[in-house]
Every structure is written in structure tokens, then in C-alpha cells.
Write a protein that binds this ligand. Structure first.
Ligand code: NAD
Length: 720
């Protein structure tokens, strides 16, 4: 799979590139390096240093087919867009049109465009939804909005789908100080340098900061989804600059802050709703502000330490490197001076000069290679000529002196052969050294990957263990639900869900006969669940309409964390809710586990309710809603167990049966009680009423209401 990332050497682009590389993609980067840095990318990739609006971009698309194109390259400074709106438009609008139309022309599978919260301008309907009005206040916001419109037009005109992400303020390692989220990197840089922080205005202005790792994650997941259209990409939260400084102080210690006049046109509050992307994509931000800041702070500290050590190394290296540059020349001239001195001082004969010169050329060639050996050859020829002239020879006569010409040829051939062969050897060594370095880089990258894989493996092992555990529990679950008594299934389901999902707060609601609500039939008792859920409530509708599991990813207020609606075909039966779940358990694995368990409970309930409907006549006293003694006792026993296990309250009322008024009494009682309550007969032929999930106070009120109608009942069991 191939991904092309424009602006891949930039802050966000490099994180996106890292993610795709780790996922096994071949990464291609198109960047003009105006604000990007090649050092950000440490792995093997294809690089094109060209501007996004350049015609040459087509060559890249013509040469390779890309599965995904992520368009991040942009002029990112709001200030520059005001000073030079033409250039801003060229890069951000013309550049986008170029890459978008090439992606369409060369049939790229997925086109993702980075837009910005700047398209909304000063809109105060927070958190901003994708449907809110756009009214950018800077040319930067305008060019991004224009880019979005092009993506929309391509969808309309050519049915070419794309995903537009409106990022809120992104922050994290590798960020420069110029972009939109730059305040965090600027502040952290200043803090680590011991400088004070400049805050414009009173510091109460808010922003929605999102960690770059979460942005890269969303982009990657998008390429494997069928997402299309415009989406906010944010944390859906606000943090004021003062609060941000507070968090930084927690990391670094107290810092001096100076408040200056607010910037003109600065937005006071900013927050983007991420509901749409959380719902449509299997994604939600994983980094809290605190964790993201820690990562960024560590990166900035590391960068500073590296910069200081590099400075010391380069300053200590500067003097010797200049000497090193000229060292071969100096040594060459020194050796030649010795040879020349020996010759001119008549210390050696002419024949010996040739020997010495050859030796000198050979040594210099072996040590320094080609360039110095040629210099040595020239110097030696010069010395030989000088020596001949001293002997009284005419310069011109040397041109037909065969022994002289032979000597010159000897110098030249020895110099060139030795020089070139040594040069070749040196080049080969250099090449091997750089290959070695490359391998070392790759090795360290692979060992990082290996460490990461080990982490993943550990996680997988844990999951496998959990699954093993789960298999044992599924067996237990099947046994627990192997009953034809719906009341027992409700009760056992609570137990099963608590154990398997490792949660404490579980409730089960039965769909009421009037189709207007769900009535609580059982809960884990450790917290106060609502007795009734109204069908028209927004989140109840969401749960009931969802074919599979409901997960409260958007943190809807008052709604449970996970829920499932149980039904028999189109007929709704019950609703299961979980109100607590450890953060790390909000995962696909737990979602699937919950789905399996609820499906098993649903199957057991459907079976039990079917059986109940078939045997209904056998359960009741003739023509009445009064349960026979044996059936009533079974239900009472379940309620007693539920009380012992989960402290689910129940009340038992008892009264005498008056044969004459029996039908009237039972009808009146039925009107007063809930459909989760029961009327029955005791073995002493007394009338019993079993109230589920009822407090003593509510029970007493019922007793007094019934006594006004002439029906005498008293509380005999339960929480009295
Ligand atoms: P960045 O400056 O770090 O990265 C931009 C990259 O694009 C750089 O590598 C730069 O060299 C390259 N580039 C610029 N002009 C180019 C051109 N004409 N041709 C080719 N390459 C070019 O900025 P960033 O923060 O990583 O932003 C990436 C994208 O996200 C941008 O489109 C930006 O508008 C958008 N965005 C960022 C933020 C944020 O908070 N950082 C918020 C909203 C939107």
C-alpha cells in the first residue's frame, strides 16, 4: 500500500508518516521544506522536494499509484496570510486544487485534506458543530474554507469522495512556533530556557488542544474506513491559557508570567464538537492534556540537551577541522622539501633522485590518494627539470631526451595508478561506512519496533488470557442462564455481567406493557439506578435504535457507559445498562464481550418468556392475575436471593382473602402495583403481594391507599 503525504516533513505530517510507516505502508513525501525538516523522518521513504502548486507534481502521480493521499502541506501562519494573501492562496487553495485534481485523475482511493477551526471565525455557539456557520476572519481561514469547497465540488461534479478534517489546535513533539497550536511549544521552549511567559489579555481565553498522536491515529483510521465529508477533529473540550500554564508549572515548576494587551481579532473561546467523528469513526482522543504535555515537554528537554551537546562538539571540532583540511598539502610539501634539499645539496645522485621521487610519489599516493599523488608527480617532474638545468641542459633538449621522458612517464604512471587505486579503495570504504551507519540506523529503528512489538505481544497475551478466562466464564454463563424462569435470568444476568465485564454497576430494565418506558427489574444494588427509563428520552432512543451495542463515547450526560437493547425480533424485551467501566476496558474487546453476553441473555430470555406464555394458564388461579402458591414461592425465592446478593429491595405484603370481595380486591391491587410486581396465594390461603425494588415508605403508602379501598394488607417481609 502506498501513501503520499504532502507536507510530510512538517510537524503533523511527520507524525502521520511515522504512523503509516509502522502500519507497513510505503511512504512518499512531497514537501518544499519551507517550514518542514527532513530530520523529522528517520525511516526509508521516497522524497520529492517540490511545491504543491507545481506542475511537476503530476510526474509523481504518473509514476506511482497511491492508495491514500493526505494533503497537509500549507502556508500555516495566520500573520503571513494577512501580510501576503496572494502567496497564501497560491499554496493553500491552488496547491489543494492541484493535488485534489491529480488524486481524482489518477484514481487515488482516499483523499484526506487538513482544514482548520479557523474556517469558523469568531462563532460563539460552542462547541462548534460541522453544521455551524463558517465566517473566517483571516485569509488563512478563507483559503482553507475554499479548499473545503473544492473537495465538496469534486464530490458533486465527479462523485470523488474525500475527507476534510477541521483540526482544532494541534500540539506535540516536533512542533515549530509558527503554526496554529504554537502556543504550547513556544511556552514550553521558554520555560525550559528559564524565560518568562507572555500572555495576551487576561489568559482566560480558551482553546481546544488536541495531541498530534491522536490526529495521526484518526487520519490513519480514516484511510481504512468509508468516512466521507467534513469532520471536526478535536477533543471537544476547552482549556484556558491560565490553566495551561498551571499544568506546565506542574511539570516544570513555577514560572514568571507577564500579561500584555490582548491581540486584536483574537477569539475569546474555542471548542469543536467531535461527536460526529467519534460516532462515525472507530476513534476517540486517547491523550489527556496532562499526558500530551508531558510527552511534548520531554521532547523539548531532549532537543535542548542534544543542541547543547552538539554545540560543544562543533566548537571543539572547528579548529582541528581547518588544520585537517590542509594537512595533506602541508605534509606533501614537507616531504617534497626534504627530497629537494637532498638533491640540491648534492647529497644524492640524479639516479637516486628518481628512486627517491618514486618512493615519495608512492608514499603520498598511498596515504592521501589521487589529488596529492598528482601534486607529488608535478613537484617531482619540476625537481627533475630543475636538476637537469643545473647540469647545464637546455630546456628544449629535454623534449627529445628519451631517458628524461621515460622518467616522467614513470612518475606519471606510478602516481596515477597508485592515486586512483587508493582513491577507489577509500571511496569503497566510505560507501561501506555509510552503509554500516544506515544499517545501524535501521537496526536501532528495528530494535525500537521490536520493543514496541513486545509490548503489543504482552497486550495480546493478556487478551488471550482474558479470553481463556472468558471461555470458562461463558460456560458458567450458559449454566446460569439455563432456566425458564425470566426472574432468575434477570437476577443471574446481573451476576454474570459483573463478573465477566469486571463492573459493579449493572441494571436490567423490562419493556413496559404500555410501550412508554422501561421498568427496573434488577440491578447490582450498589448504586441508585433510576426506577424507570422513558422511551422518549434521547439516549434511551439511541440505545433502543442501535442494532448492536451502545457505547457512550461522547459522554452523553445521564446515559450509561454501555448498553444493549434486548428484543425478540421487532418486539423489545429489555434493556441492559452498565454505568461503570475502567477506562482501559472501554475497548473493542470489551464491546465484543458485552455483545456476546447480551446476545446470550437475550436468547435465554426469549426462550423463558415463550415458555411462560405457553404455560401461563397453569401459573395463575383460574380467571385471575393471582399466581399459584408454587409459582409465587419460586419468584419470592429469587427476590430473596437478589436481596442477599445485591441488596435489591423487595417487600412482601400479606392479607386475608375475602371470598366475596376477592375479584374486586385483586383488581384494585393490580391497578396500584407495577408490572414488575406480583400477586399470589400462600399455602395458608392468604393473599400475598410482592413488590420489586420498592422502599418501605412506598410500601406503606400503598398499604394505606389500599386500606382506603377497604383492602387490608400488612408488610410482612423485606426491608422493614
Ligand atoms: P508545518 O508548517 O509543520 O507543516 C507544513 C508542511 O508543509 C511543512 O513541511 C512545509 O515545508 C510544507 N509546505 C508548506 N508549503 C508548501 C508548498 N507550497 N509545497 C509543499 N510543501 C509545503 O504545519 P503543521 O502544523 O504540521 O500543519 C499541517 C497542516 O495542518 C496544515 O495544512 C495546517 O493548515 C493544518 N492545521 C494545523 C493546525 C495546528 O494546530 N498545527 C491546526 C489546524 C490545521
Amino acid at each position: 500500500m502506498r501513501v503520499l503525504i504532502t507536507g510530510g516533513y512538517g510537524f503533523i505530517g511527520s507524525h502521520v508518516a511515522d504512523r503509516y510507516f509502522k502500519e507497513g505502508y510505503d511512504v512518499f513525501i512531497l514537501d518544499d521544506l519551507s517550514t518542514g525538516n527532513k530530520e523529522h523522518i528517520k525511516f526509508k521513504h521516497k522524497s520529492y522536494i517540490v511545491s504543491v502548486e507545481d506542475k511537476k507534481c503530476e510526474e509523481i502521480f504518473r509514476s506511482y499509484h497511491f492508495d491514500v493521499v493526505i494533503h497537509l502541506a500549507a502556508q500555516v501562519s495566520v500573520m503571513k496570510s494577512i501580510l501576503d494573501p496572494k502567496r497564501d492562496t497560491e499554496i493553500n487553495a491552488v496547491g489543494l486544487v492541484n493535488i485534489l485534481s491529480l488524486s481524482h485523475k489518477y484514481k487515488v482511493g482516499k483523499f484526506i485534506f487538513a482544514s482548520s477551526a479557523a474556517v469558523y471565525g469568531a462563532n460563539e455557539q460552542l462547541p462548534l458543530q460541522e453544521t455551524n456557520r463558517c465566517n473566517p476572519i483571516s485569509p488563512y481561514g478563507m483559503s482553507k474554507w475554499l479548499g473545503e469547497s473544492y473537495c465538496e465540488k469534486w464530490r458533486e461534479l465527479y462523485s470523488y469522495e474525500s475527507v476534510v478534517f477541521r483540526f482544532s489546535n494541534v500540539y506535540g513533539p516536533r512542533q515549530g512556533n509558527t503554526g496554529e497550536g504554537g502556543v504550547i511549544s513556544t511556552f514550553l521552549e521558554r520555560i525550559t530556557e528559564g524565560k518568562y511567559l507572555d500572555i495576551y489579555g487576561d489568559g482566560e481565553q480558551t482553546r481546544d488542544f488536541i495531541y498530534v498522536g491522536d490526529v495521526a491515529d484518526a487520519i490513519y483510521r480514516t484511510s481504512n474506513s468509508n468516512l466521507s465529508g467534513i469532520y471536526n477533529l478535536s477533543t471537544n473540550s476547552e482549556i484556558s491559557i491560565n490553566e495551561l500554564v498551571g499544568l506546565m508549572e506542574e511539570l516544570h515548576g513555577e514560572t514568571e508570567v507577564a500579561y500584555t494587551a490582548a491581540k486584536e481579532g483574537d477569539i475569546q473561546r474555542s471548542s469543536l464538537s467531535n461527536e460526529k467523528v467519534v460516532n462515525d469513526l472507530d476513534w476517540s482522543p486517547m491523550f489527556s492534556m496532562k499526558r500530551g504535555l508531558e510527552q511534548t515537554y520531554e521532547w523539548i528537554k531532549d532537543k535542548k540537551t542534544k543542541q547543547t551537546s552538539e554545540k560543544t562538539v562543533t566548537s571543539s571540532k572547528k579548529a582541528p577541522s581547518l588544520f585537517k583540511q590542509f594537512q595533506p598539502y602541508i605534509e606533501n610539501v614537507l616531504v617534497f622539501s626534504v627530497i629537494a634539499w637532498l638533491t640540491l645539496a648534492n647529497q644524492v645522485s640524479v639516479l637516486n633522485i628518481v628512486d627517491f621521487a618514486l618512493f615519495y610519489i608512492l608514499i603520498i599516493g598511498v596515504i592521501y590518494g589521487n589529488r596529492q599523488s598528482i601534486i607529488a608527480v608535478c613537484l617531482s617532474i619540476g625537481l627533475l627539470i630543475f636538476e637537469k638545468i643545473l647540469e647545464g641542459r637546455e630546456l628544449i633538449s629535454l623534449t627529445y631526451d628519451t631517458s628524461f621522458l621515460l622518467q616522467v612517464a614513470l612518475f606519471l604512471s606510478i602516481g596515477l595508478i597508485v592515486g586512483y587505486s587508493i582513491e577507489r579503495k577509500n571511496n569503497l570504504l566510505k560507501e561501506q561506512k555509510s552503509k554500516l551507519e544506515e544499517h545501524e540506523d535501521r537496526y536501532s529503528f528495528l530494535s525500537d519496533m521490536h520493543a514496541e512489538m513486545r509490548e503489543v505481544k504482552k497486550e495480546l497475551q493478556l487478551r488471550v488470557l482474558n479470553t481463556g478466562d472468558g471461555l470458562g466464564k461463558i460456560h458458567y454463563l450458559l449454566k446460569e442462564l439455563d432456566t425458564l424462569d425470566p426472574e432468575r435470568i434477570y437476577l443471574n444476568s446481573i451476576d454474570v455481567l459483573q463478573k465477566m465485564m469486571k463492573v459493579k454497576k449493572v441494571s436490567i430494565y423490562k419493556f413496559s406493557n404500555d410501550n412508554a418506558s422501561y421498568k427496573l427489574v434488577a440491578d447490582s444494588g450498589s448504586f441508585k439506578s433510576s426506577a424507570t427509563l422513558k422511551v422518549e428520552d434521547d439516549y434511551v432512543q439511541q440505545i433502543a435504535n442501535k442494532k448492536s451495542i451502545f457505547v457512550n463515547k461522547t459522554l452523553l450526560p445521564n446515559a450509561p457507559l454501555m448498553a444493549a437493547c434486548l428484543s425478540n425480533g421487532e418486539e423489545k424485551i429489555a434493556l441492559i445498562t452498565i454505568d461503570d467501566l475502567e477506562f482501559e476496558h472501554i475497548s473493542l474487546y470489551h464491546e465484543n464481550l458485552f455483545k456476546i453476553i447480551t446476545e446470550l441473555i437475550e436468547a435465554a430470555l426469549v426462550r423463558a418468556l415463550h415458555f411462560q406464555s405457553l404455560s401461563e394458564q397453569e401459573h395463575f388461579l383460574a380467571q385471575s392475575p393471582v399466581l399459584k402458591e408454587s409459582v409465587f414461592q419460586k419468584i419470592l425465592q429469587t427476590k430473596r436471593e437478589a436481596y442477599t446478593k445485591f441488596q435489591i429491595p423487595y417487600l412482601l405484603l400479606e392479607g386475608m382473602i375475602n371470598e366475596e370481595t376477592f375479584i374486586h380486591d385483586v383488581t384494585e391491587i393490580s391497578k396500584e402495583i407495577d408490572e414488575t410486581d406480583y400477586i399470589g396465594e400462600s399455602n395458608e390461603h392468604h393473599l400475598l403481594v410482592l413488590l420489586a425494588n420498592t422502599s418501605k415508605q412506598a410500601g406503606e403508602q400503598l398499604v394505606s391507599r389500599l386500606s382506603e379501598k377497604g383492602i387490608v394488607l400488612k408488610l410482612v417481609e423485606g426491608e422493614l
